[in-house]
Design a protein around this ligand. Structure first.
Ligand code: URP
Ligand code: ZN
Ligand code: ZN
Length: 471
C-alpha cells in the first residue's frame, strides 16, 4: 500500500520546498525530487501546499457541561475536524469526585471507540486532588500514556479548583512528567458579579461578557503562573483572550518560567459586540473566557508571532442555538458555555494569519501543528513532515476563496460562529496515517479508524521557542 504525493510544496515549521512524498503503509518513507511511482497510487498536488496534519490541543466532544451535553460527539466532531485539516485532537477527559480516575478514562475511551475518524489522545481533568487522587494519578498517567492535566480556576458551581488543589496538581505533574493546563479566570469573583447582575435584572447574553472582565483572566493567569513557579512545575494557559493575560505570560517567560499559552480562532476574529446581537442571537457567542474588545485581536496575533503564545486550540464545545443555547433565554448564566470551532481552526489561521500578513507559512504550521505536537509529547510522530513520521498530510489549496456557513459545515450544530466570513484557502484532501480521511473534499474515512495515542512525558527542552518580545 504505497502512495506518492507529487508536485506539491511541502511546508513545515522550518522549511518550504518542492518535493514528492512517498508513503508506505502509515508512514512517510521518502521525501525527494522526482520520486518514481513504482506502482504507488499517485496523488497530484500541483499548485497545493502540503502541510502536516493539524494537531488541535483543545476539544470537548460528547461532554456533559452546564446541565446539558455538547452536540458534536466523537464521530461528527472528528469528521468535521478532518474536513478542516486536523488529523489529531486532544480532548479533555472529565473526572468527578465519586469515580476513580481509571473509571473516568475508561468512560472517555467508550465515547471515542468506534467513532473517532482521526487520531486522538486525552488530557485528564482533575476535579480535586485529595489523597486518593494523588495516589492513583501517577499510575493512570503511566498506564494510559497521558501527559497533560487540566484544572479549572473558573466555573464556581461546576469545576472550580482552589489554590491548594492547583498547587498539588502542579507538584504531581512535575513528578509525573506532565504539563498542567489551566483555565485562568477568577471563578469566585465572576460568580459574585453574575449574582449581582441577575439581582439587578440583567439577563441578556452581553452580561456574560460584562461579568467576566479581562482583569479576572489576568489575575488568575498571574496566580496560576506563580503557583506553577512555586511548585517548580510547568503551566500551559488555555484559551488566552486578552492583553491582561498575554502580559503575564510574556513577563513570566522573560523570567525563564516554564509557561506556555494557547489562543483560539474565535478570539482572533470575533469581538464582544457579537454578544449584543438582537433576538437572543448573542447567545451563540457565549463561551468562556468571553469575547473581548477588538483591540485584543492584534495583541493575540502579535503574541503568536513573537512566540509568547505557541498554539491555537479550537476549544470546540458545540451547543445548538435551538434547544441548547435557548436554556438561557431568561438568564444569561444558564446559556451553555461553548461554541463550534473544530472545523475552522486551521483555515482561519491560514487566512487571517498568512494571507493577511500576520504570520509566515512556517509560523502557521508551527502554531497549528508542530508546537502542540511538541508540547503534548507527540513530536515527531505528529506535527511535521519527515521520513519516519506518521503520514498525516493536508493537501491545501492556498488560493480558493470561500464563505464559512452552517449550511456547508460538517459540525452537528445549527449555526456557525463565523457565518458569512470570507476566507482564502481550503483543505482539498487529508490523510491520517497514510489513509484518506478527506479525498477531493469528500469524506473518505471511517468512523473508528482513529487511533488512541499514548504520549511521551513532558519535555521543556531546547525544542521550544523561548521568544519573549514585548507586546
Ligand atoms: O466556554 C467554553 N470554553 N467551554 C468549554 C469549557 C472550557 O472552559 O474550556
Ligand atoms: Zn476553559
Ligand atoms: Zn475548553
Amino acid at each position: 500500500m504505497k502512495k506518492l504525493v507529487k508536485n506539491g510544496i511541502i511546508v513545515t515549521a522550518a522549511d518550504t520546498y518542492e518535493a514528492d512524498i512517498l508513503i508506505e503503509g502509515e508512514k512517510i518513507a521518502e521525501i525527494g525530487l522526482n520520486l518514481p511511482a513504482n506502482g504507488a497510487e499517485v496523488i497530484d498536488a500541483k499548485g497545493a501546499y502540503i502541510f502536516p496534519g493539524g494537531v488541535d490541543p483543545h476539544t470537548h466532544l460528547d461532554m456533559p457541561f452546564n446541565n446539558t451535553v455538547t452536540d458534536d460527539d466523537w464521530e461528527t466532531g472528528t469528521i468535521a475536524a478532518a474536513f478542516g485539516g486536523t488529523t489529531t485532537i486532544l480532548d479533555f477527559c472529565l473526572t468527578t469526585g465519586d469515580r476513580t480516575l481509571k473509571e473516568a478514562v475508561q468512560r472517555w475511551h467508550g465515547k471515542a471507540n468506534g467513532k473517532a475518524a482521526i487520531d486522538y489522545g486525552f488530557h485528564l481533568m482533575l476535579a480535586n486532588m485529595d489523597d486518593k487522587v494523588m495516589a492513583e494519578l501517577p499510575l493512570v498517567l503511566e498506564e494510559e500514556g497521558i501527559t497533560s492535566l487540566k484544572v479549572f480556576m473558573a466555573y464556581a458551581k461546576e469545576f472550580q479548583a482552589d489554590d491548594r488543589t492547583l498547587f498539588r496538581a502542579f507538584k504531581a505533574a512535575k513528578e509525573a512528567g506532565a504539563l498542567v493546563m489551566v483555565h485562568c479566570e477568577n471563578g469566585s469573583v465572576i460568580d459574585e458579579l453574575v449574582t449581582r447582575a441577575l439581582a439587578g435584572g440583567h439577563t441578556e447574553p452581553i452580561y456574560h461578557a460584562l461579568t467576566r472582565p479581562p482583569e479576572a483572566e489576568g489575575e488568575a493567569t498571574h496566580r496560576a503562573i506563580e503557583l506553577a513557579h512555586m511548585a517548580d512545575s510547568q503551566l500551559y494557559v488555555v484559551h488566552v483572550t486578552c492583553a491582561e493575560a498575554v502580559r503575564q505570560i510574556a513577563e513570566a517567560r522573560s523570567k525563564g518560567y516554564k509557561v506556555w499559552g494557547e489562543t483560539c480562532p474565535q478570539y482572533l476574529v470575533l469581538d464582544q459586540s457579537y454578544l449584543e446581537k438582537p433576538n437572543f442571537e448573542g447567545a451563540k457567542y457565549v463561551w468562556s473566557p468571553p469575547l473581548r474588545e477588538k483591540a485584543n485581536q492584534k495583541v493575540l496575533f502579535n503574541a503568536l508571532k513573537a512566540g509568547i503564545l505557541q498554539t491555537l486550540g479550537s476549544d470546540q464545545c458545540s451547543f445548538n442555538f435551538n434547544g441548547k443555547k435557548q436554556l438561557g433565554r431568561n438568564d444569561f448564566s444558564k446559556i451553555p458555555n461553548g461554541g463550534p470551532f473544530i472545523e475552522d481552526r486551521f483555515s482561519i489561521l491560514y487566512s487571517e494569519g498568512v494571507q493577511k500578513g500576520n504570520l509566515n507559512l512556517n509560523q502557521f504550521v508551527d502554531i497549528v501543528s508542530t508546537q502542540p505536537a511538541k508540547l503534548f509529547g507527540l513530536f515527531p510522530q505528529k506535527g511535521t513532515i519527515a521520513v519516519g513520521a506518521d503520514a498525516d498530510l493536508v493537501i491545501f489549496d492556498p488560493e480558493v476563496k470561500r464563505v464559512i456557513s452552517a449550511k456547508t459545515h460538517h459540525m452537528n450544530v445549527d449555526y456557525s460562529a463565523f457565518e458569512g466570513m470570507e476566507i482564502t484557502g481550503e483543505p482539498i484532501s487529508v490523510l491520517c496515517r497514510g489513509n484518506f480521511v478527506i479525498k477531493e473534499k469528500q469524506f473518505a474515512g471511517k468512523p473508528g479508524s482513529g487511533k488512541y495515542l499514548k504520549r511521551k512525558k513532558f519535555n521543556d527542552g531546547s525544542l521550544q521557542a523561548q521568544t519573549t518580545a514585548a507586546v
